[in-house]
Design a protein around this ligand. Structure first.
Ligand code: FAD
Length: 498
């Protein structure tokens, strides 16, 4: 421990590896040399196509031009996820990136909406959400109104292989050295101490001071070398396999992800410019791979563009994401299934945390402990949000969903649900990626509508409340007429100047 960090070595060239290389090379500049080691033979996982809005911050820090990004990664816009068959079969709701209505300082919009609902007034909660309205209409353009009521936060769907290559070009231009080959061993200080060098199968050695393990679910450094240990969360999230297959694109490109629940798992459909990404996340105790394949292929609605690829996984996290002089980023640090598209965000967050706590003067126990503390809370909060989708379901006739309804919840989640159910209150945890509007949408979308509302929502008379809601709905919808279709927007953005 405690030596100056002059060289950072990144093991792995998937999304995690190249995002780390791009961001560290941009932010650290000349302060540390960066070398990335990856194996063409091993390759990358090749899924991970849906993101959440903070990805915009990555692009902005890197100084990436949005049109160039959309063109090079074949990206589309994501305004929301549409959850189908989660509450009950035939039902659907959106988890949008927007905020419904207009919040007041002490009571959020959903309290007013809930009071109106009980009085038989107003529309659906989502009628007051511009992201929802635009997603349903298949429209998009950035809305930069003077009033935050017209904010329409968005993220992207992109081709993960193209994204990696894009960031590779970016990183190499900024001096990141790429070394190709398989790492077969490491050199450690005095036998079992810090890692000093990666040893390639052909004998080359790559020395470094700080190692970022982006080697995917193998966890070559954090697990295979350091034996960090893994917290297994599969008793809460029992899906343990995914099957992915691309298919032909549709004539119209939807600006949202679809997440369609099946009897023992769920299917994603992600629209890209050149194809759809599809996959089934399932429990191998309930579906054989053959059953999964026929379910997936039978629900594509366009021709598959290859053979389905099976990806086994184990939900959980590395017990310490920073151990000795190794920081695990990406799948090596743990995995939560892609239901809320959080893994790429967790990569972003891990790198941001590393930059904040960068050990310029050497690695100390305080830095490592703080890094691990924040990482653990953040991942547990995402885990809880994903469990919520499984637990609060009204599906009948499926042993899988029944077990999900009956499971014992993590304590924090159980009390969050109970509090919301009673009076609509939600407590915002500091490291929770998901803010109140996200929790409200998923809770209510899956059937938990609070019994009571905040007393401030009793302020207006019923007539005033009805008038306010009608006005809000009209104001929210105002930008819609001006918005182009999502396809027109993409075409305009990706057309090259003549
Ligand atoms: P990988 O892509 O596996 O890269 C590992 C790298 O390490 C490769 O370059 C490999 O060659 C290298 N490597 C490994 N061992 C060695 C060795 N010994 N020597 C040299 N090199 C080595 N995330 C989202 O945010 N949104 C999504 O929609 C989403 N969907 C997903 C769907 C599924 C089914 C799964 C499983 C994951 C999904 N994810 C999603 C997660 C996302 O795919 C990953 O977080 C992301 O791709 C990062 O992967 P990675 O870089 O950690 O690992």
């Amino acid at each position: 421990m405690n030596r100056l960090i002059r060289k950072v070595v990144i093991l792995g060239g998937g999304t995690a590896g190249w995002m780390t290389a791009a961001l560290l090379s941009k932010v650290l500049g000349e302060q540390a040399a960066i070398e990335l080691v990856e194996s063409d033979d091993i390759g990358i996982i090749g899924v991970g196509e849906a993101t959440i809005p903070p990805i915009q911050l990555v692009n902005s820090v890197l100084g990436i031009d949005e049109a160039d990004f959309l063109r090079e990664t074949k990206a589309t816009i994501k305004l929301a996820i549409r959850f189908e068959n989660w509450g009950g079969i035939g039902e659907s709701y959106y988890h949008t990136f927007g905020t419904a209505g207009r919040n007041t300082p002490f009571a959020s919009f959903h309290h007013f909406w809930n009071r109106a609902r009980k009085a038989g007034l107003g529309g659906s909660y989502w009628d007051y959400d511009l992201n929802y309205l635009a997603a349903e209409a298949g429209k998009f353009a950035p809305t930069h109104g003077n009033d935050p009521i017209w904010d329409m936060p968005y993220a992207y769907h992109f081709d993960s292989a193209l994204y990696g290559q894009y960031l590779r070009r970016y990183s190499e231009k900024r001096g990141v050295v790429r070394t190709e080959g398989v790492v077969g061993a490491v050199v450690r200080a005095a036998g079992v101490g810090d890692i000093l060098a990666l040893v390639m199968q052909d004998g080359r050695q790559v020395e470094g001071d700080l190692f970022v393990d982006c080697s995917g679910s193998r966890g070559v450094l954090i697990q295979q070398q350091l034996g960090t240990g893994y917290d297994d969360w599969s008793h809460w999230l029992p899906c343990d396999r995914a099957m992915a297959v691309p298919s032909e694109r549709f004539a119209q490109t939807l600006p949202f992800t679809r997440a369609i629940a099946h009897s023992a798992g769920w299917q994603w459909r992600i629209p890209l410019q050149h194809r759809n990404g599809n996959g089934l996340v399932y429990s191998s105790r309930h579906y054989s791979d053959d059953e999964a394949a026929s379910l997936l292929l039978g629900n594509l609605d366009s021709s598959p563009l290859g053979e389905p690829k099976i990806i086994p996984f184990r939900t959980g996290r590395a017990r310490r994401q920073w151990n000795r002089n190794v920081v695990a980023v990406g799948l090596s640090s743990g995995f939560l299934e892609p239901l809320e598209s959080t893994s790429i965000y967790l990569i972003q967050s891990a790198i941001t945390r590393l930059v904040h706590l960068f050990p310029h003067q050497g690695i100390t126990a305080e830095l490592v402990n703080e890094y691990n503390r924040q990482s653990q809370i953040e991942m547990e909060l995402v885990r809880d949000f994903i469990i919520l989708h499984y637990h609060v379901n009204a599906r009948r006739g499926s042993p899988f969903w029944r077990a999900m309804r009956q499971m014992e919840l993590p304590e924090r989640l159980a009390s969050k649900i109970a509090l919301f159910q009673a009076n609509g209150s939600l407590v915002q945890d500091q490291y929770d990626i998901f803010m109140e509007p996200s929790w409200v949408q998923v809770l209510m979308g899956q059937g938990i509508v609070p019994v009571d509302h905040h007393p401030l929502a009793d302020g207006p008379s019923e007539a005033e409340l009805a008038a306010q809601l009608a006005q809000l709905a009209a104001v929210k919808a105002r930008p819609l007429d001006q918005l182009p279709s999502h396809d027109d927007y993409l075409q305009r953005m990706t057309a090259r100047a003549p």
